[in-house]
Design a protein around this ligand. Structure first.
Ligand code: KIV
Ligand code: ZN
Length: 386
């Protein structure tokens, strides 16, 4: 089995469908180009049957993108597959992604069908799509809540029908990491033709488990992760691209896996998506939050100044940032103040550190965060007094 995990980005489909205002064609194209630069293997860029606008943007992106496979979503229905085919076939490198729900609650109450008819529809749709696309993916919507016997049965039938990728979504973010990994493990144990397809996972974040579930799945043999930049998506969002990619890279020794992502593009892409989608990033968000590479307590700052490995498991440079940052607060020690002043052009010895540090503490107690211009003012006043 390959040790590469395929990164399937769905920012422009599952991510975009959750925005309060749609992106313009131009904005979608900017994001698609950034994703190509980032090195995503597959980008899912829309649901062509859903609207004229979606159809046209999928077609426009399929025309332009050369280095990633461009994918469009379709229900397990001929008219959806026809629309996806028409939009995507302007490219030489495209994938049709068809899906149908497989959990009891979706089959009975949403589709109002029985499971046998669902298997039948899936098989017909995959065969139909195989005649129109070089690459077909099939998803069992709400797989996380699908009885395992049903899941094994439909996965086997979908592989026989010609799907090259089988996606196992945790559509409502319900499973826990050991459980979701267990589902993937059971598929590998019980589905006889499983090695004829790539197993993919698509985890939502309703319980905050999307990244952990995706990692648990690749540890059990899945080789594609579906994710979005900054984790945007329905409700609590999708698995975050930057989190899974950096987890795979940082814990490479234990996972023995890699992705093809150019990690130094992560910060730039994250900021572009945040701005265009009007979705601010929480400061404490892993990898791309403003505080992700920022140290606040005196003990941490002192440790990082001596050896960055003390409190940094990832270098800021590896995700495209210039450097880490130190928040100067009442918890900061003398060492970081002297270090900061040195960077501002005031070498230690050229001022009275005890005096400046005392003034710094008083100011930090009142102000919270102290900035470079505050430090320079403190230095100026401490020199005036002497
Ligand atoms: O969450 C989900 O199940 C989906 C499918 C369409 C893959 O987005
Ligand atoms: Zn989804």
């Amino acid at each position: 089995m390959s040790d590469q995990v395929i990164i399937f980005d769905t920012t422009l489909r599952d991510g975009e469908q959750a925005l309060s205002a749609s992106l313009s064609f131009k904005e979608k194209m900017r994001i698609a180009k950034a994703l190509e630069q980032l090195g995503v293997d597959v980008m899912e860029v829309g649901f062509p049957i859903s609207s004229r606008g979606d159809f046209e943007s999928v077609q426009m992106i399929a025309r332009e993108i050369r280095n990633s496979t461009v994918c469009g979503l379709a229900r397990a229905m001929e008219k959806d597959i026809d629309a996806a085919y028409e939009a995507l076939s302007v490219s030489d490198n495209y994938r049709i992604h068809c899906f149908i729900a497989t959990s009891d609650v979706h089959v009975k109450d949403k589709l109002r069908k029985d499971f046998d008819s669902v298997v039948d529809m899936a098989v017909k749709a995959i065969r139909y799509a195989r005649n129109r696309a070089p690459d077909v993916e099939f998803s069992c919507e709400d797989a996380g809540r699908t009885p395992i016997d049903h899941l094994c049965r439909i996965v086997e039938a979908a592989i026989d029908a010609g799907a090259g990728t089988i996606n196992i979504p945790d559509t409502v973010g319900y499973t826990l990491p050991f459980e979701f990994g267990g589902i993937i493990e059971q598929l590998f144990d019980r589905v006889p033709n499983i090695d004829k397809a790539r197993i993919s996972v698509h985890c939502h974040n309703d319980l905050g488990m999307a990244t952990a579930n995706s990692i648990s799945a690749v540890a059990k043999g899945a080789r594609q992760i579906e994710c979005t930049v900054n984790g945007i998506g329905e409700r609590a969002g999708n698995c975050s691209m930057e989190e899974v990619v950096m987890a795979i890279k940082t814990r490479n020794r234990i996972l023995d896996l890699h992705t093809g992502i150019n990690c130094t593009e992560i910060t730039r892409t994250s900021q572009l998506v945040s701005q265009l989608c009007n979705m601010p990033i929480a400061p404490n968000k892993a990898i791309v939050g403003a505080n992700a590479f920022s140290h606040s307590s005196g003990i941490h700052q002192d440790g990082v100044l001596k050896n960055r490995d003390t409190y940094e498991i990832i270098t800021p440079e590896s995700v495209g940032l210039k450097e880490n940052t130190m928040n100067l607060t009442a918890r900061s020690g003398r060492h970081i103040i002297a270090h900061r002043l040195e960077a501002l052009g005031y070498p230690e010895g050229s001022y009275d550190l005890d005096n400046v540090y005392k003034r710094f503490k008083d100011l930090a107690d009142v102000k919270g965060q102290v900035f470079d211009y505050d430090l320079e003012a403190l230095l100026f006043f401490s020199n005036l007094r002497e």
